[in-house]
Structures are given as C-alpha cells and as structure tokens.
Ligand binder design. Structure first.
Ligand code: ADP
Ligand code: MG
Length: 747
C-alpha cells in the first residue's frame, strides 16, 4: 500500500488518467504490449508507474523501467514520483549518462533511452525488468525508435522463456500510426488507450505580420502587453536556446522588478554552488582512481538523445552575463505588478528547474521562459497564456558528408499545437503565435523522426554489437534513409569495426562486427573516437587519447569571445581575454610534433593545465575555459578509463590529474592514431597551381565536398596552413570551416 499525503492525493484525483486506471490496468494485464495516448499533463508519466506498482508488478523480483528521451525528464519525474508515493530515492530512482541514484532496492527506475539501449547489450532479455515503459514516444528520438524496434522482439522472447515482459508505449496525442499500423513492428496490433484530456479551450491569436528575425524582441513586447493588460494567470514563453532564454529573463526582470527573486536569490545559489564544488573537490582529491561501477553506470552512446543539450551548448553561458538590451525604450520600469520570471531549459540545474512547479510568491505573476523542453516533457501548472515564437533550434547534418550546423527553423504544426495546448490545462487560455496564419499553414504537419536526419554510424555499431547483421531488416518504426545506412556501414568497414566479407558484398549492409568493433562498441563515444582508443595501447598513449577523445566528445571547451558586447569596457575586456587565450593556446600547442597535433594538442594542454590547477572555476574563468565543459571532460575521462580497463584487462590505467605533456615520440604516434580515426576527414591544402579562383585562397580540398573548406580562425593552425590536416568536424557558418584540426603526413 502506498501512503500518500492528502495534498498529493487531492492533486492526483484531478488528473484525467486516474479515471482510466482500471481500463489501463486491465489492458496491461491482458496484453503484452499496450499503447497509451494522452494529452501532455494528463498524468501518464507520473501515474502509470504508480498504477503498476500498486497492482503488484514489482513485488516478485522485477522492476519497472521508464525511458525518457531527455535527461531533465528522467531526473525530475523520478523525484516527483518518489515524492507522490512517499518513497525514498533508493526505491524510485533515476539513471542518466553521467549519474544516477539506483540502488539494490530500486523498484521504479527512470532513465534516458540511451541507458536502456546499453543495458540491452549486456542482457538482451532485460531480465531484471517486469515492465518497460517507453515514454514520450511521439518525440521520435533515435534511441526511443530503436528501443521500440528491439522490444518488439524481446517481448515474444520473454514469453518463450516464461518470464513475460510488459511493454507500454506512451505518447502525446500525435501520430501513433507509425507504431500501431506497422505490422513488421508489431504483428498483432496493440490496443491503444486514449486518455480523455480535460483540456480547456485555447484561443489562438496569430500575428498579422511575421517578424523577420527579432522574435526575441517580439516575445518581450508580447509578454509586457499580456502582463499589463490581461487578467491573472501564468505566462509560458517558447524560445529556441539557453542564451535567448537568459537574455529575455533579464529583460523582463528589469521591466517588472521583483527584488527577492531577481538578484539576491541567484547570488545565493551561486554561492551555494561554489560551496558544493569545493566540497566535491575535496572528496575527489582522496581518490586517485575514479571508482565507477560499470554495471551500475551504464555507458551510453554519444549524443544521448537530448537534442536540447546539443542545441544549447553552442551558446551556453556565452550570453548569460551580458545584457543585450540596454537602451531599449520598452524596458523602463513598471511598478504595476511584479513578474516572477523563471528560466527553463535542459542544462539548468535540477534545483532551479524544480522552481517552476512551485506556486509563485503571492502578489506576483509567474512567467516561465523556456526552450522546447516545456513542449511535452514537463507540464508547468497554472499557465494561462502561451507566447510561441514558432521556432526551434536544431542541429542539422548533411546526409552524406555529416557536415553539421545549428539552425533555427520553423516548428511543425503538431509542435505549435502542443505548445498552444500548454495554455489550457487548468482553465481556458490564450496562445499568442508570433507568426501569421499563412506561415503556420506552410509548416510541416509533423517533425521528422530524428533517425531520418542524422548520421547513424554509432547506432549501426551498437546494433551490430547486438548481432543484428542485416540492419536493413530491422523493424524500425521509420527506417533511416538508405544512403545514411550505406555511409555508416562504409565508415565502420573503413575503421575496421565490421568484417568485409567477399560473399556478402552482394548482399550489402550485412557485414558482421569484427573483434575490434566489439571493443569499440563498449566505449561510449562515436565510432571514430572509439577506434582511436582501441589503437592507443602502444607507446603509453592511452591517457592522452582518452583525454583528446573526451575533449572532442564534450565539445566547446573554450568560452566564446566573439559575442556582441554591451559597452566599450566590455569590448576591451573580451578583446583582452581573447588575446590571452590565443597566447595560452600557442603555449599549450608547444613545438615540433606537439605543435603539429594542433587543436587537439590545445585541448590536451587545456585539460592537463586545468586538472593540474585542480579544475577550479577561477582557473577556467582566467583561461577562457568553460567550467561545466571541463567537469564533463573529467567525468568522461573517468568513465573511458574504466571502460578501457575492462575492455583490455589489466592496463592498470588511472586518471592522473598531474599528467605530463606527451613526448615528441608520443605526439607523433598520437597523430597517427588520430589519422586512423579521422582518416575520412582528411583535407589537403589547395596547391598554388590549382588556384584558379580567388575563393580557393588558403582553402583545403576534401574527398567529400566540392566546395573549399577552411581552417577555422580559432585554430592554432590557422596561420600555418599545413599541407595535410584531419579535422574533427566541418561546421557551416559564413564558410565551411574545419574545427579540431591537426596536421598529419599520410603515407
Ligand atoms: P503527462 O506525462 O501525461 O504529460 P505528467 O504525469 O507529467 O503528465 O504530469 C501530471 C501532472 O503532474 C501535471 O499537472 C504536472 O504539472 C504535475 N507535475 C509533474 N511534475 C511535477 C512536480 N515536480 N511538481 C509538481 N507537479 C508536478
Ligand atoms: Mg509525460
């Protein structure tokens, strides 16, 4: 029996899903697979695990697992459910890429979808689970799609061994036909339970005109108007990224000051954070070897499905201290009513995220400025007005070359309707769309599933490690494009992760995994980087490769200085900082072979110097490093060290905080290792005689692209222009730029 508090009980009774408990439980008892559809906020995520728990699904050795595409949701939902059930975090726990609080007593486990995928590699039958719930299936994250495909096969297998597993797929009320009407996936169509949404009407207001680019300013003006002119009720604003969210928060706080919340509170928290860092550092110091239990600490494929994370790191922090809105006519103070402004995005610290669920201080109006995490993963109570900029920030990949860029694009109609729906949870509401109805009519109906528009080599390697050789026959809810599959298979063969067998060449895309590939699949990084790790045992290079791979995986170690400054003083400060960073980078990249390692040597130097200094916020600030990124590099180094130790027994490897720079010989060897992983990312400087066109000046030619590519100005090799280089990635901004560049001499 669950002992809930009266307030919780009362709140639960208001949720539409509670009326369906019996119907849902009967369907689950009688069917191995059930689909539950219900409007966001109807109570799926928080209540279904409780129904199962109360129906005894965890009583005889077996637990309930729930996957979420976003880390925010996994953490916050486990906390909420623990609280509702009055159970400890030892029983209702979570596990995400880098952390978790799972124990032997855990009975309900929230996790990111990537975590469960890794668990399938260790135990294909998922024997510790009685029930697996795939949540937010409508988001169509790549790992969620794959999990559904795999589980469609695991469920019958579990039936065979007489240890039945229940699969529950939960989704907002969006296109579920890809799951239910796909008989390659489920040969028997699973029952679909619709949870009646007690949705109040939402009046949608379109702008007459669509602002060309300043949708942020338009949001500001709209919120001001709502706040000054409309009756009470919370406001939820949808923007695209973390920097935008912060900037709008500051602007609104200035316009409608609310003393306690504004400044004091944030300061308090940062003091608190620093104190915590200090404490955790003390603890770290006593353990030289990071103790990470791999069984309890699932390693996860790169880019664990959390597109927010990706979309936000590129401008992370950059804007957070700068006020971009001085001298704006609108922002004069207004004393009418304080606005209680809160930011919400994926990377926000959990304590700060939790604030949006608490009622605002009396006499204030709540205004949450969010990225699209608020679209379906989290339901904020008391929202009556939604302001929708109509945009989302996404990472785009070229299907063949893998060239990526961040782009802000229009959302789909389905997303726009989800966003509008957030206004009608507790009473009739209003949604202000900052674009015209004509523009809306041009939106795609639905956003494309993630698997159809990103490179899939990491996914294919994971699948091959599960002995799924004919990837093409896999029951994908939506298959990736054939050319992406072919490109992935080709790359994996080139890296030696797959065996290329003659007789199988006719039947393309069915090469089995090689022993090297198996080792590579155990590393939680992209296949190219996994190859580098697998090669590094010789010449004592492993610690360096691990560090370089960690740095390349975390990305964006350095602060961005090319941001708009608000004052001359700041311009000077930024300039000074940038000059200093360039100087340090040169020192880090050293001489001779070290220098040729280029940007990768800079990354190595940055991590080395930072750890040597104890990885303090102060050191990072002084040297233009992003503190958060450095902490993440530290965790990943620990994790990779453990993974390498268990893949290649007794290397005796540990993470040395006082790692010396590599020797000349090691640096030379490191360049070969890097070339082995990035062999297809080779670029050759355009020769003088080929220089027919001005646009090829200082340009490089790659195998994949017809257009010229350039070394990014932030690279230490920018001026040196070596003849051959390999690059980590090509990013398209004003030109095609190579980033993470290192010089090589191909044989
Ligand atoms: P769904 O999964 O169907 O979208 P949820 O189970 O996430 O719905 O949410 C049900 C209700 O629980 C919502 O009204 C939401 O506001 C509330 N809720 C969720 N998390 C919290 C929290 N941490 N604190 C307070 N209320 C919460
Ligand atoms: Mg949910």
């Amino acid at each position: 029996p669950v002992d809930r508090s009266p307030e919780i009980q009362e709140a639960r009774l208001k949720l539409p899903i509670l009326a369906e408990e019996q119907v849902i439980m009967e369907a689950i008892n009688e069917n191995p697979i059930v689909v539950i559809c219900g409007e966001t906020g109807s109570g799926k995520t928080t209540q279904v695990p409780q129904f199962l728990y109360e129906a005894g699904y965890t009583s005889s050795n077996g637990i309930i697992g729930i996957t979420e595409p976003r880390r925010v949701a996994a953490v916050s939902m486990s906390q909420r459910v623990a609280k509702e059930m009055n159970l400890s975090h030892r029983v209702v726990s979570y596990q995400i890429r880098y952390e978790g609080n799972v124990t032997d007593e855990t009975q309900i486990k929230f996790m990111t979808d990537g975590v469960l995928l890794k668990e399938i590699q260790k135990d294909f039958l998922l024997s510790k689970y009685k029930v697996v719930i795939i949540d937010e299936a409508h988001e169509r994250s790549m790992y969620t799609d794959i999990l559904i495909g795999l589980l469609s096969r695991i469920v019958p297998l579990r039936e065979k061994v007489r240890m039945p597993l229940k699969l529950i797929v939960m989704s907002a009320t969006l296109r579920v036909e890809d799951f239910t009407e796909n008989n390659r996936l489920f040969s028997v169509t699973p029952p679909v339970i619709q949870v009646d949404a007690r949705q109040f009407p939402v009046t949608v207001h379109f702008n007459k005109k669509t602002p060309l680019d300043d949708y942020s300013g338009e949001c500001f003006r709209k919120v001001c108007k709502i706040h000054r002119m409309l009756p009470s009720g919370g406001i939820l604003v949808f923007l695209t990224g973390q920097a935008e969210v912060h900037s709008l928060c500051r602007r609104l706080r200035k316009a409608f000051p609310f003393q306690k919340n504004n400044i004091d509170d944030d300061k308090e928290e940062s003091v608190e954070e620093i104190r915590k860092f200090k404490k955790s550092r003390k603890r770290k110091k006593t353990t030289a070897l990071p103790q990470i239990d791999l069984d309890n600490y699932s390693v996860v494929p790169v880019d664990e499905g959390d597109e927010d994370r990706d979309a936000e790191t590129d401008d992370d922090i950059a804007g957070s201290d700068v006020d971009l809105d001085l001298g704006d006519g609108d922002s004069e103070e207004d004393s009418s009513l304080p606005l209680y402004v809160l930011p919400l995005y994926s990377l926000l610290a959990p304590e700060k995220q939790a604030k949006v669920f608490r009622p605002p201080p009396p006499g204030t109006r709540l205004c949450v400025v969010a990225t699209n995490v608020a679209e379906t993963s989290l339901t904020i109570p008391g929202i009556k007005y939604v302001v929708d900029c109509g945009k989302v920030k996404k990472r785009f990949y070229d299907k063949i070359t893998g060239v990526s860029s961040f782009r802000v694009t229009w959302i789909s109609q389905a997303s726009a309707n989800q966003r509008a729906g957030r206004a009608g949870r507790t009473e009739p509401g209003h949604c202000y769309r900052l674009y015209s109805s004509a523009v809306f009519m041009d939106f795609e109906k639905f956003s494309a599933p993630e698997i159809t528009n990103r490179p899939v080599e990491d996914l294919i390697l994971q699948m091959k490690a599960l002995n799924i050789e004919k990837v093409i026959n896999f029951p994908f809810p939506t298959p990736p494009p054939a050319e992406a599959l072919a490109a992935a298979e080709e790359l994996l063969i080139a890296l030696g992760a797959l065996k290329e067998l003659k007789e199988q060449q006719a039947a393309k895309l069915s090469c089995p995994i090689s022993p090297l590939g198996r080792v590579m699949a155990t590393f939680p990084v992209a296949p190219r980087y996994a190859k580098m790790l697998a090669l590094s045992k010789q010449h004592d290079c492993l610690p360096y490769t691990i560090t370089i791979v960690s740095a390349m995986t975390v990305r964006e170690l350095f602060e961005e200085f090319d941001r708009p400054a608000v004052s001359e003083e700041e311009t000077a400060k930024l300039k000074g900082k940038k000059a200093r960073l360039l100087q340090i980078q040169k020192i880090w990249a050293g001489q001779g072979a070290l220098q040729k390692l280029g940007d990768l040597m800079v990354m190595l130097g940055a991590v080395g110097a930072c750890e040597y200094a104890g990885c303090t916020p102060k050191f990072c600030e002084e040297n233009g490093l992003r503190y958060k990124a450095m902490l993440e590099v530290r965790r990943l180094r620990g994790q990779l060290t453990t993974a390498v130790n268990s893949a290649c027994a007794d290397t005796g490897l540990y993470v040395d905080p006082k790692m010396k720079p590599p020797t000349e010989a090691q640096a030379t060897y490191l360049r070969q290792i890097v070339l082995a992983g990035l062999g297809d990312h080779l670029a050759r400087r355009v020769q003088a005689e080929e220089l027919l066109d001005e646009k090829w000046k200082n340009a490089y030619k790659t195998a994949l692209l017809d257009d010229p590519v350039f070394i990014h100005p932030s690279s230490v090799l920018f001026k040196q222009l070596p003849e051959f280089v390999v690059y980590q990635e090509i990013v398209e901004t004003t030109k095609l730029y190579m980033r993470g560049v290192s010089a090589v001499e191909p044989e």
